[in-house]
Design a protein around this ligand. Structure first.
Ligand SMILES: Nc1ncnc2c1ncn2[C@@H]1O[C@H](COP(=O)(O)OP(=O)(O)O)[C@@H](O)[C@H]1O
Ligand SMILES: [Mg+2]
Length: 393
């Protein structure tokens, strides 16, 4: 034995956790606290230090609509097992009555419909997206403030013992699951903090949100309002089972600007992955982006409003252009803004671009090559340089 007195650094995270964190940060905008908490818990899991007989992590996400609560869960699943569909999502409002609970856990043998019901929360469903390397599951209970008592009891059992007993007495093990619960509780208190009706406070809050730098005191107030609303509504029994309560911040213009870039990227991916298979590339000029941003900024609905603006002003017109064959495989489309008509305009800048040239033009995150490969647009320059002939049959 060699005696030492070397100081260690417990803040360092392992490489796996680091990669995980980097990908979360790339895809989740402005919610650093949420990212940090999830990474901490994942690191604990990787180190084998999760408490026995409990889920890997029980998270409560609070905060305004459209601030990224659901998206965060999707990104976690996408990053760890490569598929957003790995999230088992339960909309608590849909399970108010006992026959609806049967949809979750199946009905007991002998009951009408026993054989036909496939419980939504079975072990098969949880394990469905396990990979050779990663055996993790993700369960999202959305809008838990709407859960009925029966659902609430199920939830408490899952959070505490990591088990659920199905209608036919089989047990489902949640010890390899991350459990996420979201709630809009406190949203109205939060929006009155953000949109006070009175003079100076109103201007100040508006200014801070627009600039995307909520001052400490405003942030504190929002945090407190959300946590207090949760404490008020939920029993201590429930709150004690939560590992981390995260309050999502309302998004400001700088955050929406970054989300716009992510969303445009996703539209581009949709084009590449489209089953009709006529991949082309589009770019937006700065005025076109500013137009979408102006159309899509709404403090109350966060990024949802922005997504709707993108669908309306960009995706629908593009779809028409595809359907009428004005846009074809290998085209380069420039989207500009016409200030007189106050709408986006579309120009064909080039055609017959080879696949590798298209791939080089898009800002793909390295984590999502699946669709690109499936549609024949490899991320590396392919050997065959014609977009059409390089497509797989
Ligand atoms: N912080 C964010 N980072 C990246 N995208 C976001 C963020 N917040 C919202 N979005 C985008 O807006 C959409 C709606 O957000 P969502 O996560 O469903 O909001 P909610 O907080 O109501 O669950 C998401 O699908 C995502 O595309
Ligand atoms: Mg949501």
């Amino acid at each position: 034995m060699v005696r030492l007195n070397r100081m260690l650094d417990p803040r360092q995270t392992g490489r796996e956790a680091e990669k995980f964190e980097a990908n979360l940060r790339r895809n989740i905008v402005g919610q650093d606290d949420a990212v940090q908490q999830i990474v901490n818990i994942y690191q604990t899991y990787l180190a084998g230090m999760t408490g026995p007989g409990r889920p890997i992590g029980n998270f409560l996400f609070l905060g305004p609509t459209g601030s990224g609560k659901t998206r965060t869960v999707e990104v976690v699943a996408e990053t760890l097992v490569g598929d957003v569909r790995a999230v088992a999502k339960i909309d608590c409002a849909e399970f108010q009555h006992s026959h609806e609970i049967a949809k979750l856990i199946g009905s007991p043998p002998g009951y009408l419909g026993h054989r036909e019901t496939h419980p939504l929360l079975s072990q098969e469903v949880l394990n469905q997206y396990h990979t050779e390397k990663v055996k993790l599951s993700f369960v999202l209970f959305d809008e838990i403030e709407k859960a009925s008592d029966a659902l609430w009891n199920l939830l408490l059992g899952i959070l505490d013992k990591a088990t659920l007993t199905l209608g036919d007495n089989r047990r489902v093990d949640f010890s390899r699951a991350m459990i996420f619960m979201t709630s809009n509780l406190g949203a109205s208190e939060m929006s009155s903090i953000l949109r006070p009706n009175l003079g100076f406070a109103a201007c100040e809050a508006e200014r801070q949100i627009r600039q995307g730098v909520l001052g400490e005191s405003l942030n504190e107030k929002i945090h407190r309002a959300a946590v207090e609303a949760a404490r008020h509504k939920f029993t201590p029994e429930f709150m004690n089972r939560i590992d981390k309560t995260v309050v999502f911040r309302p998004l400001g213009v700088p955050e929406l600007r970054r989300i716009l870039e992510l969303e445009l990227n996703m539209v581009q991916q949709r084009i590449f992955n489209s089953p009709t298979g006529s991949p082309f590339v589009f770019t937006l000029t700065d005025p076109a982006k500013e137009h979408l941003l102006a159309e899509g900024t709404d403090v109350k609905y966060g990024a949802r409003h922005l997504k709707r603006a993108i669908e309306r002003a960009l995706v629908h017109p593009l779809s028409n252009l595809i359907a009428t064959e004005q846009v074809r495989t290998g085209d380069l489309i420039r989207v500009d803004f016409d200030p007189i008509e106050s709408q986006l305009t579309f120009y064909k800048e080039a055609e017959d671009m080879p696949a590798y040239a298209m791939a080089q033009m898009v800002d793909y995150p390295v984590t999502s090559p699946v669709g690109a490969v499936a549609s024949g647009i490899g991320l590396e320059p392919p050997r065959v340089i014609n977009a059409r002939s390089s497509r797989r049959s």
